[in-house]
Structures are given as structure tokens and as C-alpha cells.
Write a protein that binds this ligand. Structure first.
Ligand SMILES: Cc1ncc(COP(=O)(O)O)c(C=O)c1O
Length: 491
């Protein structure tokens, strides 16, 4: 997929000191190898012979001889008036590489490849209910561009050296104030560390807390990127079932030293953790000397005004690390998130952040700080929350009405998705997801969010990327798919 480029002389590694064969042979060998192993791509344009000869300090004839031989052998073609170009070769460059019997292997946690999103995946299906992140068409492009442009002024860019790994104080303060007011998180500027999304927050917390073989409890079903991350850091993952109040505290093994939960909006089922359960979890963690990660990834999109206190503010034992993200509220492509930790962990977390990537880009941090302080984020949330609420209500309308006998929605008052359980024990989740694909609907089943054998079967209906009009058609089609599947299993 490499696009052709104009090859500048400085781009070219040419080894004139090859064993025997003279200077022309050195140029020929270097270029031939670069074409064969893919460093030079089809249609790349090579530098003119005169420029290359001057650069290498050899006669032009030497370079012309090398080019002529490569052309005669079909590696290059000269186009009059246009230059010399690499000819497309058959086979990918990895196929052309000599196979090695002794390849390197990654550690076990990295053997299974992760599904990497491909941009086109999303657009191929006409009704995308698989997206639980925000609608890209609602991103406040003009506002964000203005805030970024302002931070790119020369004085802002003349900052020498690296910055505080915890993040710019201005941004940390803005985040602390924002989550203090909107989510009742108790945090001062020194309790906040700005990260590349929630995922990096989880990574640095894991680096600081996880010893090899340590038991880390995750919700079952739960958020696969968190579970896989902790496993990659050497943890033994313990999936702990959730009921309609959240993680079942009595099922936490005594040896667990870290518990990862999503109390505001359980991922993927969607219900909040009850207040009673929150207190029970905090008491359990204190009794067992365990830490809790509270991932509050999407509570800005709350459609009912009865939020429960976060674990972080109920915690009087200093056990909770709170994690937030700007992926749902703005966009996952910004890669912005943060954590709020007890003072006892801050120095280590700051060190882990520094060892990982030092800090977020300065311009982005400053732009976000201003965006928060000006109230621009609140205005954005107000605007888009109305739109998501309509989508949310529309799905609930289908679940309470035409889909009701087949799918039971799990009440949830926030976020960008609703989960619903299949009512007929004979219905096959896999088959429904497959059949939905055939009528243009992308949707996830609950199975993929389980670490062990799924105990519930159902669908996760994401409404981040689908307009209200298309949602209507998608839900109607989904009803037909469900009816078809159920009548087959009944027959
Ligand atoms: C449970 C959960 N946590 C966190 C995130 C956000 O992660 P990040 O900030 O790394 O994009 C998501 C996004 O889908 C999520 O579902």
C-alpha cells in the first residue's frame, strides 16, 4: 500500500564500498536490494543521474551504468522527460524476503493478534450499530481547530525541553475542576495525571501495581482492552461475574490485589453499580489490601439526573484510582485521558508516565485546558447529549415495543450503547450477528466481551455512529432478523 514518492538523494542509502565490482556495482547492488526488499516501492522516482553522481562523488557515467543495468533487468524504467521509476514487482516484499527458520517470537500475552480497526470496516455496512464511540460528524472541528491554532503561536512553541510527565498544571487544574463539579470527584491539581486516553492510564497504573502473577479481577463480561493489558503486564486475570448491581463482591477471590470496574455504566451491560455494592467493594478492598480502578469512561452522556457518587469520592481508605477519558466526550482519535490517584501512588505513577512516553503534546494539553476553562466542552456536551438522548430513546422504544418479546433491554441511563438480552434460550447470538450482517447491520454480540464461557446472550447496540433516521431502519431490520432466527430455531 506504499504510495510512490520522489526519492531524494538524502533518502537513499548507497554503499559504494561493496566487495569487488567497482563503484557502478555498488550502486546497482544497493538499489536492487532496496527494490527487492520493498524499501523502494513501485513507481518511486529515483534521483536524476547527475544529482546522484555529484552527491556520491562519482562520475555520471558510473551512475548511468548502474541505472542502465537495472533498467535492462526490469527493475527500473526510464520515461523520457519524466525520470527513472521503480517497476512494480510481483509478490509482496515479505514474500520476496528469504524465509528464516529462526524467527523471533513475542511473549505469550502478545501471541494472539488484536483486531486492528480498519477505517473502511465501518463504512462497508450500511447500518452500524457496533460503534460505541461518538459520532465523528458531531466533533466540534471548527472550535477545536481554533483552540489548537491559538496554542501553535510562536511563543507557545518556544518552550525548551520536556515538560512535567503528569501534564501541564493548567490542564490538571481544569480537569480537577471539571470532574469535581460534574462528577463529584474529589481531586486537586496534584492528584491528576494526564494520559494518552484511558488505556494509557490503565497501563501506567498496571505498571505501578501489578507484580508478575498477581491476581487482577475484572468484570465478566467486561472491557477486553483492560483485561488484555493487565494480562500483558503479567497479571493473572480473574473474571468475576456481575449481576444487576455490578460486580459480585462475594465472588472476588481473597488473593485479588487489584479490581478493575466500570461503576457508572458497566461495560458492556450498561447498568450502574448500586450504592450498596459500591460500599461493599470499598470495604472489601480495604479489608484485603486491594486497589480499585474505577473506569468512568462515558458518564458525561447521562440522560437521567440521578448519578451515584463515584467510588473515588466514597473512598475513605485511599484505595481507588479513578480513570477518565475524552474518547467518548470528544473523540478517540485525540487520545486524551487522565487518572486521579491517591497521593501515595502519584510519584510512582508520574515516573511510569515519564518512562512510558514522557507527556502529551504540549499544544494539545494547552488547547484542552482552555477548551475546558472556557466552557466549550460543556457546550459541546449539551449539544450532542440531546442528539444521543434521542437515539437512546429510540432504541428503548423498540426494545419496549416491537422487539420486546425477543430482546430485553438492560436499563442504562448513560453512554453511547444499550445492551439487550436474548429472551429465547434457543436463539443463537452468533447466528443473529451473522444474519444482521447480511442485511447491512454491524452489531456485536455479548460473547466477545466475556473472558470465559458467556453466561448471558445478547446484543450490544451502539448508537454512536448512526443518525436517528438510519437507526429507525436499522432497528426495523434487526427485528426481522430476530424474528427469522427465532422462527428457525422454533422450527
Ligand atoms: C470501558 C471503557 N473504558 C475506556 C474507554 C476509552 O478508552 P480510551 O480513552 O483509551 O480511548 C472505552 C472506550 O470505548 C471503554 O469502553
Amino acid at each position: 500500500l506504499t504510495s510512490p514518492i520522489y526519492i531524494f538523494i538524502v533518502d537513499l542509502f548507497i554503499n559504494l564500498e561493496r566487495r569487488g565490482g567497482g563503484l557502478a556495482r555498488g550502486i546497482y547492488d544497493s538499489l536492487r536490494e532496496a527494490i527487492l526488499d520493498g524499501r523502494l516501492a513501485p513507481k518511486d522516482r529515483l534521483p536524476p543521474t547527475r544529482e546522484l553522481s555529484e552527491h556520491l562523488g562519482v562520475s555520471r557515467h558510473t551512475v548511468t551504468t548502474a541505472y542502465a543495468r537495472l533498467t535492462a533487468e526490469g527493475f527500473l524504467e526510464a520515461r523520457v522527460g519524466a525520470g527513472t521509476f521503480v517497476v512494480p514487482m510481483k509478490g509482496s516484499f515479505s514474500e520476496r524476503r528469504a524465509p528464516s527458520a529462526n524467527v523471533l517470537h513475542a511473549r505469550g500475552a502478545f501471541r494472539e493478534a488484536l483486531p486492528i480497526p480498519v477505517e473502511d470496516d465501518v463504512t462497508e455496512l450500511r447500518f452500524d450499530l457496533s460503534i460505541c464511540f461518538p459520532d465523528a460528524t458531531l466533533f466540534p472541528v471548527d472550535d477545536w481547530r481554533r483552540y489548537m491554532a491559538r496554542e501553535l503561536r510562536p511563543s507557545a512553541m518556544r518552550t525548551a525541553g520536556y515538560r512535567d510527565p503528569a501534564g501541564e498544571p493548567r490542564l490538571r487544574e481544569a480537569v480537577a475542576r471539571w470532574i469535581g463539579l460534574s462528577r463529584s470527584v474529589r481531586a486537586g491539581v496534584d492528584d491528576v495525571i494526564v494520559t494518552h486516553g484511558a488505556q494509557q492510564a490503565l497501563d501506567i497504573i498496571g505498571r505501578v501495581l501489578i507484580e508478575p502473577g498477581m491476581s487482577v479481577a475484572v468484570e465478566e463480561p467486561g472491557y477486553p482492552p483492560a483485561r488484555r493489558l493487565f494480562a500483558s503486564l503479567g497479571a493473572t486475570i480473574v473474571p468475576v461475574p456481575v449481576d444487576n448491581e455490578g460486580i459480585i463482591v462475594e465472588s472476588l477471590p481473597r488473593r485479588t490485589r487489584l479490581v478493575y470496574v466500570t461503576p457508572s455504566h458497566q461495560f458492556p451491560l450498561g447498568m450502574p453499580m448500586s450504592l450498596e455494592r459500591r460500599h461493599a467493594l470499598l470495604a472489601w478492598s480495604n479489608q484485603h489490601g486491594a486497589a480499585i480502578i474505577e473506569d468512568d469512561y462515558d458518564s458525561e452522556y447521562r440522560f437521567e439526573n440521578r448519578p451515584l457518587e463515584p467510588l473515588q469520592s466514597l473512598d475513605c481508605y485511599g484505595r481507588v484510582v479513578y480513570v477518565g477519558s475524552f474518547s467518548k466526550v470528544l473523540s478517540p482519535v485525540l487520545r486524551l485521558g487522565f487518572l486521579v490517584a491517591p497521593a501515595s501512588l502519584i510519584p510512582a505513577l508520574r515516573a511510569a508516565k515519564q518512562l512510558s512516553d514522557w507527556h502529551e503534546p504540549l499544544t494539545t494539553q494547552n488547547a484542552l485546558a482552555r477548551y475546558l476553562n472556557d466552557g466549550a466542552l460543556r457546550r459541546h456536551i449539551q449539544r450532542v447529549r440531546r442528539i444521543y438522548r434521542q437515539r437512546h430513546e429510540h432504541i428503548v422504544h423498540f426494545l419496549d415495543g416491537p422487539l420486546g418479546t425477543m430482546l430485553k433491554g438492560i436499563p442504562s441511563a448513560a453512554g453511547l450503547h444499550i445492551s439487550a438480552l436474548l429472551q429465547d434460550p434457543r436463539a443463537s447470538e452468533d447466528e443473529i450477528v451473522r444474519d444482521a450482517g447480511k442485511v447491512g447491520i454491524a452489531i456485536n454480540g455479548l460473547a466477545r466481551f466475556h473472558a470465559s464461557h458467556p453466561t448471558r446472550r445478547g446484543l450490544v447496540i451502539g448508537y454512536g455512529a448512526i443518525s436517528l433516521e438510519r437507526l429507525d431502519e436499522a432497528m426495523t431490520r434487526l427485528s426481522s432478523v430476530l424474528k427469522g432466527s427465532l422462527s428457525r430455531s422454533a422450527g
